[in-house]
Design a protein around this ligand. Structure first.
Ligand SMILES: Cc1cc2nc3c(=O)[nH]c(=O)nc-3n(C[C@H](O)[C@H](O)[C@H](O)COP(=O)(O)OP(=O)(O)OC[C@H]3O[C@@H](n4cnc5c(N)ncnc54)[C@H](O)[C@@H]3O)c2cc1C
Length: 502
């Protein structure tokens, strides 16, 4: 059995995906020889700065010190994403992380809230979420539960500088034994019989051989596509945005503990506040707006002075038909791309790594194991895809043909069924272990103005006065707790300000 073990892993690419893979494998599988090849001349995509709470599981996996990581990446905390102008111009709602309110018996909070809104005793969802209330007041503390209550506290993720994040992971990986080689890969040697990759060939002629190859080479997919021609499943008919223009700017005030996604006429704009700057970008559909106009829109809507020239990135929504083919596993942009609206790309890297660990191959690279991996990864991509499409599709905007097209397009059946069930009964069911939980869907569905016709009959078990008391109690606890939290800026200054050692 020992003879058949994979011992030599080659990682192609040193962006976020490459260094996440190197850090995780070197920490978790110390017996492996891990070589990472990257080319400074080619560089990385340089964006990817907002995350979701699941990243904390990855941090735990690689035993990362959270304060140190935030300090070294100029990071901030992220409690959710504020969506502005998505349903209609003037609308604002938040996808705040974690749970909201509390369930009673077997019935979840949103069903009581739907009844409470009809009867005028429930306020906005935010009133029952410490995470959102804290975000709106620019406050933050690590508080998983509200003390002496059965209510969740705040759930958080991070915003950080992408280049500094890769550098931080590199230090972790190299300390754990991963070896980095600088150089441009110009060729690939494959086995004549199996077609497996045996080595990558650098421009100086050096060959780097391995048994398992992890393709983290970015959009081009150096191994998975250019060498193995795996094929790409194109989802641009559902997610038509195909470019982004990005520019960093000076902070115009203390950094907010959340990301903003502001809809524009032919796309949307992100604002990601870090300690030393704000990341901005305008994601747009080139069929409806020129690059120059998109850049002008971005520059007109940033809060501080730009710190660099705007640069444009091109992409296509979709995924590789088989992210794992033969002895090559693609991670990151090499495996596919869903636009950054819900900050899911880094999560998909983490997810790919976790699944690679659970499906770790022998040198026979059994098809049954590879198929199982590919099915699970495709499922995760598809459910996240649906969640992102929902934001575009459920709009009532009339100001541009872009939004009309998004509203009128046919959506995947899986999404259409979810929306229909919600519209009729206010119900949402999380399928298997899909990423976004019911309350995340609920916030986006209601935030995009989809109103259910009814709520669950069990919510009628409370009298009107009991229902009013239920909301009033939770609202008071949340508001009182939020008012005692430190400001986000003070929390960072005290625990994890860049340039200050612990
Ligand atoms: C506009 C935009 C906004 C985004 N925002 C977010 C966000 O907010 N949150 C989020 O989670 N994700 C976001 N993403 C996605 C995120 O940026 C990526 O998932 C992440 O950076 C991983 O990129 P990567 O490592 O796969 O590729 P890259 O960063 O492109 O790295 C590729 C690596 O391969 C190397 N390489 C390529 N060819 C060769 C060669 N021939 N020889 C040697 N080395 C080679 C390069 O040098 C580089 O090191 C965003 C993406 C885009 C396009």
């Amino acid at each position: 059995m020992g003879d058949n073990r994979v011992t030599k892993v080659v990682i192609v690419g040193g962006g976020t995906a490459g260094w996440m893979a190197a850090a995780a494998l070197s920490r978790m599988m110390g017996h492996l020889s891990i070589r990472l090849v990257e080319s400074d001349a080619i560089g990385t995509v340089g964006v990817g700065e907002a995350t979701i709470p699941a990243i904390r599981l990855f941090n735990a996996l690689i035993d990362l010190d959270e304060d140190e990581f935030i300090r070294e990446t100029q990071g901030t905390f992220k409690l959710g994403i504020e969506f502005r102008d998505w349903g209609r111009i003037g609308d604002a709602y938040m996808h705040a992380f974690g749970q909201i309110g509390r369930s009673l018996g077997i019935l979840q909070f949103p069903q009581y809230w739907l009844r409470g809104r009809r009867e005028g005793v429930a306020g906005p969802l935010a009133d029952y979420s410490l995470t959102e209330t804290a975000a709106r007041r620019n406050r933050f503390a690590r508080l998983p539960r509200i003390p002496n209550t059965s209510l969740d506290g705040s759930t958080y993720a991070f915003q950080f500088d992408a280049a500094l994040y890769a550098a931080h992971l590199r230090r972790i990986a190299e300390r754990a034994g991963a070896q980095r080689t600088e150089g441009r890969i110009e060729g690939v040697r494959r086995n004549g019989e199996t077609g497996h990759v045996e080595a990558v060939i650098l421009e100086n002629g050096e060959e780097i051989g391995g048994e398992l190859f992890i393709d983290c080479s970015g959009f081009r997919g150096l191994l998975i596509e250019e060498a193995l021609e795996t094929g790409f499943e194109d989802w641009s008919h559902w997610l038509p945005c195909d470019r982004a223009v990005a520019v960093p700017s000076e902070n115009a005030g203390p950094p907010r503990p959340y990301t903003q996604a502001i809809a524009q006429r032919c796309g949307w704009q992100w604002r990601i506040p870090l300690q030393h700057r704000t990341g901005n970008g305008h994601v747009f559909c080139s069929e409806f707006i020129s690059e120059d106009e998109a850049t002008a829109t971005l520059l007109a809507n940033i809060e501080g002075r730009p710190l660099a020239e705007p640069r444009t990135l091109r992409f296509r929504a979709g995924m590789r038909k088989r992210a794992w083919t033969g002895n090559v596993v693609a991670l990151g942009l090499a495996s596919g791309f869903l636009e950054p609206l819900e900050s899911t790309s880094i999560h998909l890297i983490q997810n790919g790594i976790a699944k690679l660990l659970s499906h770790f191959p022998d040198r026979d690279f059994a098809a049954v194991n590879i198929d199982a991996y590919n099915r699970r990864v495709a499922f995760d991509y598809e459910r996240i895809r649906d969640f992102i499409i929902l934001h575009y599709h459920a709009n009532q905007r009339t100001d541009s043909p872009f939004w009309v097209r998004c509203r009128e397009m046919a959506v995947p059946d899986t999404l259409a069924r979810k929306v229909e069930l919600f519209r009729s009964h206010g119900r949402i069911f999380r399928e298997e272990d899909e990423l976004f939980i019911e309350i995340a869907w609920f916030q986006v569905l209601t935030g995009q103005n989809i109103a259910p016709q009814s709520y669950h009959p069990l919510a009628d078990a409370l009298t009107h006065d009991e229902l009013a008391g239920f909301f009033s109690d939770i609202g008071k606890i949340v508001a009182n707790t939020a008012s005692r939290l430190p400001s986000h800026a003070d929390f960072i200054a005290q625990h994890c300000a860049a340039g200050v050692s612990a």
